[in-house]
Design a protein around this ligand. Structure first.
Ligand SMILES: [Zn+2]
Length: 590
């Protein structure tokens, strides 16, 4: 009764007919099943197609979330069963014959630990909405309410959705794009909070962080303020950091993020803490770059199939670039540390053969089949748009600053795209529009940088870093030891090759991923022995290997090569001129 009243009160001003309301329960979380009831009142037609999204925005992979659905059932308002049939892998077509009320129910198995999948166990419920809430085809713009019935031992619900006034467990979404953008954490999480410009920010942590709360909140606030200052406005009424226990990855949303506190981040260690803050800055800044400032296909979305774009080098890679700038401007990363982070992105990109084969625009376009489906050969043929995009972001920023004598920067590009496209035009930008904005602000052609994006042409880092009075070490240094060109994983004491680097001595000699190394120079092989041979040997040495593979045991001779290091270390030039110093000081705080 109360629920009905609240639903009608919040949707009464909507022009759209009917109401849609979900109720999600989780009575036995250890079974990993959510029970979902979807009540549609006044949505009329001969047949309605209930559809589960094939993917969730930000996680560019077809997940086929419909595969976790069982016990689909449909009935009318009097409890009469309605006939349904599946008409595609993710579509349940229900014959409703103009009946005013349709109740659909189903169960969702949720036991995948990922920011893009629902999860439920006796510790938490993570409602990744695209895996829980079906939409009715043609009704993505319809508002909906969500009632969460937590497991009896849980009393906290954290989400970016607005609560319905007077309720703590009923939420309102003005349309399904918002609904799918608002994950929900249910459990006994600790909830900390701080305010920026009077706007509440909630930090919902499944496990309290191993760090002083006040310092943590002060740093998060500084991070948020630094990011906000780039664009100049906060577009939400509240923001929620959903932080789950150890796991991998994070996913951005317009007024929340869902992240795992991965094993990479030991918050009590200063380096680990800074990496953690950079990770949060990345997901946070996405509320601007990708949720608002976005390639034209990335919102509104087609939830039924891949949404292809060449521009993830900008949406993701430049967000990596801004992670470091945001922390630098917040006083959380000094200039040297910031340059070190940029160096890492450059070396990650330059040190894999894939940079000779795959342009970053193609890396973006093909992310649907490559990014989460890496083969053992991936680093030979593909690159990460996070790494190269970060490098190109730096180049764009330095070029614009140089061309405008420090008057303009990449920040102006972000603001222009935010206000002119997201706010005024209410849409994303095409590839051409993006380039025009950059070149208009720079006042010159940026042909070279866009060529770096669409080709594998070698990047002239020294030229761009010199604009800021910096130099980068691109020399190939020969270092002690020898080079074979394989990655190894030891399985039950035996080294197994997991990757053979393109054109390396191992590649040229015919070694292959999945080869088991049985003997090295006629002795039983271990990983330690291999490392020792490579470290203590000399270029030109011959290494004899006995390998096991599908076609039997085989002997190989490999001539070891020089070991080469390109550091890409970025350091100040000895005598920068005033213009270079102006750009450097405008770019990075000391
Ligand atoms: Zn990202």
């Amino acid at each position: 009764m109360c629920i009905t009243f609240l639903i009608s009160s919040c949707t009464s001003t909507e022009k759209k007919p009917g109401t849609m309301s979900f109720t999600v329960s989780m009575d036995q979380p250890w079974t990993h099943y959510y029970h979902v009831e979807f009540l549609c009142d006044g949505i009329r037609g001969e047949a309605l197609d209930f559809r589960m999204p094939a993917w969730t925005p930000g996680y560019y992979m077809i997940l086929d979330l419909a595969k976790y659905v069982i016990n689909f059932h449909a009935e009318d308002g009097d409890g009469n069963t309605l006939h349904w049939e599946k008409v595609s892998k993710n579509t349940w077509q229900v014959g409703v014959y103009d009946t005013p009320v349709v109740r659909v129910s189903y169960d969702v198995y949720a036991f995948t630990q990922s920011v893009a999948h629902p999860f439920l166990d006796d510790g938490r419920g993570f409602i990744s909405p695209a895996g829980i809430f079906m939409y009715i085809n043609g009704y993505l713009h319809h508002p909906a309410t969500v009632t969460i019935k937590p497991y009896q031992e849980w009393d906290k619900i954290s989400t970016g959705l607005d609560p319905v006034e007077g309720s703590s467990n009923i939420f309102y979404a003005p349309d399904f794009d918002v609904l799918y953008d608002c994950p929900i954490l249910v459990g006994n999480q600790e909830i900390l909070s701080f305010k920026v410009e009077g706007i509440p920010h909630y930090v919902a942590q499944e496990t309290p962080a191993d760090i002083d709360d006040q310092k943590y909140l002060t740093d998060l606030k500084a991070m948020v303020e630094s990011a906000v200052s780039i664009i100049g406005e906060i577009p939400y009424k509240h923001y929620t950091f959903i932080i789950m226990d150890r796991g991998m990855g994070g996913l951005e949303h317009a007024n929340s993020m869902a992240v795992f506190s991965g094993s990479r981040y030991s918050l009590s260690d200063p380096g680990g803490y800074k990496r953690w803050l950079a990770f949060l800055a990345h997901e946070y800044f996405h509320l601007y770059n990708v949720k608002s400032i976005r390639p034209i296909v990335l919102g509104p979305f087609d939830y039924n199939r891949e949404n292809y774009t060449n521009m993830l080098w900008f949406s993701e890679g430049v967000t990596v670039y801004y992670e470091y700038l945001i922390l630098n401007r917040a006083g959380l990363l000094n200039r040297e540390e910031t340059l070190e982070q940029l160096r890492r992105s450059i070396t990650n990109y330059e040190n894999i053969p894939g940079h000779l084969f795959q342009p970053v625009t193609m890396s973006s376009f093909d992310t649907w089949i490559l990014f989460f489906n890496r083969s053992e050969n991936a680093s030979n043929t593909t690159i990460s748009y996070y790494d190269k995009g970060c490098a190109l972001g730096m180049l764009l920023d330095l070029k614009i600053r140089h061309a405008t004598k420090g008057e303009k920067s990449l920040d102006d590009v972000m603001r222009t795209l935010y206000y002119d496209y997201h706010k005024d035009k209410d849409r994303g930008f095409t590839d051409g529009e993006f380039r025009n904005v950059c070149e208009d602000l720079a006042g010159c052609s940026l042909e070279e940088i866009f060529e770096y994006a669409s080709t594998t042409k070698a990047i002239d880092y020294p030229k761009y870093l010199a604009y800021a009075g910096l130099q980068i070490d691109t020399l190939s240094l020969v270092i002690p030891g020898t080079y074979l060109g394989v990655d190894i994983r030891e399985i039950e004491g035996t080294p197994v090759i997991t990757n053979v680097v393109w054109n390396s001595p191992a590649w040229l000699a015919g070694l292959s991923p999945r080869d088991t190394i049985i003997e090295l120079n006629d002795a039983r092989a271990t990983t330690a022995m291999l490392n020792n041979i490579l470290d203590s040997g000399h270029p030109g040495d011959t290494l004899n290997l006995l390998l096991g593979r599908r076609t039997g045991r085989k002997s190989f001779e490999v001539v070891l090569d020089k070991k080469i290091l390109k550091s890409f270390r970025i350091t100040p030039l000895d005598n920068p001129d005033p213009e270079q110093l102006t750009i450097l000081n405008g770019w990075l705080d000391n």
